[in-house]
Design a protein around this ligand. Sequence first.
Ligand SMILES: [Zn+2]
Ligand SMILES: [Zn+2]
Length: 431
Amino acid sequence: MNKLVKSFGAITSLAIAAIAGHFVGDRALNEILPTVGAAGGVVTGPNVEAPDRYIYYPGTEILAKDEIRVTACGTGLPAARRSQAATCFLIEAGNGDKFLFDIGTGSMANLASLMIPYEYLDKVFLSHLHTDHMGDILGLWAGGWTAGRPNALRVWGPSGATPEMGTKHAMEHFLQFVNWDKVTREYKITPIPGQVETTEFDYKVPDQIVFQENGITIRSYPAIHTGDGPVSYMFEYAGMKVFFSGDTVPNKWFIEYGKGVDLAIHESFQSPQQLVDFYNQPPQLAWRACCEFHTSPEAFGKIMSTLKPRHAVAFHFFNEEATRYDIYEGIRATYDGPLSLATDMMVWNITKDKISERMAVSTDDAWSVPGTAQQPPPEKGRPNPMSNDINNGRWIPAFKSQDEMLDRHMKKYNLQELDWRPAMYKELKEN
Ligand SMILES: [Zn+2]
Ligand SMILES: [Zn+2]
């Protein structure tokens, strides 16, 4: 542990933020969070390792076979904020499989800080097509490609009222939007990681199995938000269930199928007053945003006191001193069970015996981490997206100046001469 502490320069401020995440109001921690067991422990001397205290260090904990870990990589709002990205939850199963539920704008930086090889982050389940739930698919798609992901991205998402409102349409047009990026990376790197395999399913069918592999089942349920299409997802593994609402008002499907789930992650929006005070929304829009197409804290509490999950997680609000007390009181007006007010990098470990809530402590300076898979080399015969007119404008003296350094690099890694260097120098001679 000492080595770890040294390697994280920001340990003090992060640790304080972590403890702030355990909001308890005027009630004892163990009264509100009876199942939290990760925290605390006795320090038995002045020169010993401290036991874990609310902290999860990514990459240092192997899950038990019958364990699930959920990490909040985004819990905020469509408006950008450095401390909270938009919606993204990573669910990891004890068998090693990993799943992203939404990948909202800004969430990739949090996800990257977990330093998981990108080959394992290839499955994304979209609850709906608002950008605060899918905006950073850009970063995962391209960033993972440059960082060594050898496989295509797999994306699951709902249909819409018309084909143009569905996930398939969105991902096809996503690939058109990024066409220049895709074509140039296909040529320079390798083409397969640029592919997106989309599975679109009917948003109207409740309790529909949309994924079943390796002992993991994922089901979808209609959600009620701002138009037809949004869904909630149930993640099932080792006899445990995590229910993720996506964006929805209180709805009958979440109530019908969510009874007694292990972890219930449901949106709980800012109050109308907060939207007026902090988000500059007109009062009329504020009440609709809170309570007509999202779920208010009071309604969130009512849902949870009805479902009685082992642990409830509220997200989709800016969680700070100015807002969290009102949200907490709103929820507590109707629910007194185990609760987390989510913020980014909060982590839950779930087993049959225990659900713990901790904060991840991760570096701001993360690099990608290699896995065992290798990207294939560039594909031969692909047309070069650069014309000779442009390519021949390279300023050769600067290229010549790097020759010695490149020779050393190529010798060190036993590389074959690429065709661009001789071709470039041939140009030089001719000029
Ligand atoms: Zn939405
Ligand atoms: Zn949203």
